[in-house]
Design a protein around this ligand. Structure first.
Ligand SMILES: [Cu+2]
Length: 453
């Protein structure tokens, strides 16, 4: 019990409110869209699946005019039509009472990422067909999501047969560890499931190109727990110290984060002591590059949440949990299992921490923000992998590309300044950067940047 007055008045208090349509509403919107006669023209008499529902920015150029207090109302739904082997993108706007109005329908050869249901169907097709493959019938196998998730190879006519990759590994994975801490396996293979003709595709060398399935794997024990992706969830967070509002921002869970492949825990409309600092901050691009291209390169996604350990109270069904003690991830514990999918928020001294874990195949990523009462924002990103992977035994690098859209006070009249000591030219250590450019760090000049109003 803390009875010290000076301490308790500096204590940070967090208030969290769910914002925007719930997943329930999203499901209702999706059902209405599927009944729409424009959409039915495309989907009628086809075998199809709704893969993704996302809220999108109307247009980056104009999205800043969107009132931050009104919930998102532009959406995009991605369908896959297996009958015609094509992707269908439906864009729409929510009118009154969340009634969807269709504004655009587009067919495409692009291969969207599979969702959990589609992966389960691939698994079913595998189980129905595996009896035809001798080497698979006698084995105790565990199925895992491998990299890459899809076979993205064009046939001579330019089409791509939708094919989802499944990793097959002996279920004693992790028991027989050799002196190099590598797992020795009875069976390891990555197969493709052709979703169009519902067959198993076997690859040369037991894995598709750009991947590996060898007798040994590296990484932490795989827990095979459920993940969450494509699920609505955002909250307004207010952080107070006594009666002063220190931070106010909108936080979006990875499963609902923006961008083609998500962007981790996304912060929007970040105000510090009542003044706007950031319009948005997230990690829209995450690549994995292997030395000598042993595997990959991969572009990973950041909208599939994995389990973390977090104890506290849930903020409705938003996917945010307010915790009284620090939440822990695979990087803290070495354990791939947890009890919570979403974003944990907790106070640590003078900082508010938001943390979530993401999965992309065998990779595990940590997306974390720390916001200090003194105005410092510390973003972090963490990387590891589970032991279904032969690729990760090879040296590789994860490249996380942050995107910070600063709005200092307002969106306009902002400028970027760069500091160099010794100066680049003349005597002034600060100069203005007028146009988009690429600037490297330079410790010899103590280089730093600031955005000012
Ligand atoms: Cu790695």
């Amino acid at each position: 019990m803390n009875t010290d007055k000076s301490n308790s008045s500096s204590e940070l208090k967090i208030d969290i409110k769910p914002f925007g349509p719930s997943q329930e509403t999203v499901t209702k919107i999706s059902e209405l869209v599927m009944k729409n006669k424009l959409v039915k023209k495309y989907l009628d008499e086809t075998k199809n699946r709704l893969l993704w529902f996302e809220f999108i920015d109307p247009d980056d150029e104009y999205s800043k005019n969107h009132n931050e207090n009104s919930p998102p109302n532009h959406f995009r739904i991605t369908f896959y039509d297996y009958t015609n082997n094509r992707t269908i993108f439906v864009k729409g706007i929510l009118e009154e009472h969340d009634k969807p109005k269709i504004v655009d329908i587009e067919e495409s050869n692009l291969q969207p990422l599979p969702n959990n249901e589609e992966f389960q169907e691939a698994l079913q097709i595998f189980n129905q067909n595996k009896k035809n493959i001798d080497s698979l019938t006698n084995e105790q196998i565990q199925i895992y999501p491998p990299m890459p998730p899809l076979l993205n190879i064009e046939l001579p006519d330019g089409t791509i047969q939708r094919t989802i990759n499944l990793g097959l590994i002996s279920s004693n994975n992790g028991i027989n560890r050799d002196s190099n801490h590598e797992n020795r396996l009875q069976l390891h293979e990555i197969v493709g499931i052709n979703m169009i003709d519902q067959t198993i595709v076997r690859y040369e060398n037991r894995a598709p190109s750009r991947s590996l399935a060898r007798d040994s794997t590296c990484g932490l024990p795989y827990a095979d727990q459920p993940t969450a992706s494509g699920i609505a969830g955002q909250v307004w967070v207010t952080v107070k110290q006594g009666n002063t509002t220190i931070w106010k921002f909108l936080a979006v869970r990875p499963a609902a984060s923006s961008g083609i492949n998500g962007s981790g825990v996304e912060l929007r409309y970040v105000d510090y002591k009542g003044k706007r600092v950031l319009y948005r901050a997230h990690v829209p691009i995450l690549n994995v590059k292997y030395n000598q291209d042993a595997c990959g390169p991969y572009r990973d996604w950041q909208n599939e949440e994995g389990m973390i350990k977090a104890n506290g109270s849930d903020i409705g069904s938003s996917g945010f949990r307010l915790c009284s003690s620090p939440a822990t991830t695979i990087l803290d514990t070495g354990s791939d299992s947890g009890n919570f999918l979403g974003v944990a928020i907790y106070v640590k001294g003078q900082e508010v921490i938001l943390v979530s874990e993401m999965e992309a195949g065998w990779y595990r990523y940590i997306s974390e923000w720390s916001l200090h009462a003194n105005g410092t924002i510390t973003p972090s990103f963490g990387f590891t992998a589970v032991n279904t992977s032969s690729c990760v035994c090879n040296t590789h690098h994860h490249h996380a590309y942050w995107r910070f859209d600063f709005d200092i006070h307002t969106a306009s009249n902002n400028r970027v300044r760069e500091y160099n000591d010794p100066p680049l030219t003349g005597s002034s250590k600060w100069h203005t950067i007028k146009y988009e450019t690429k600037r490297f760090r330079d410790p010899s000049r103590k280089r730093k940047w600031r955005v000012e109003h």
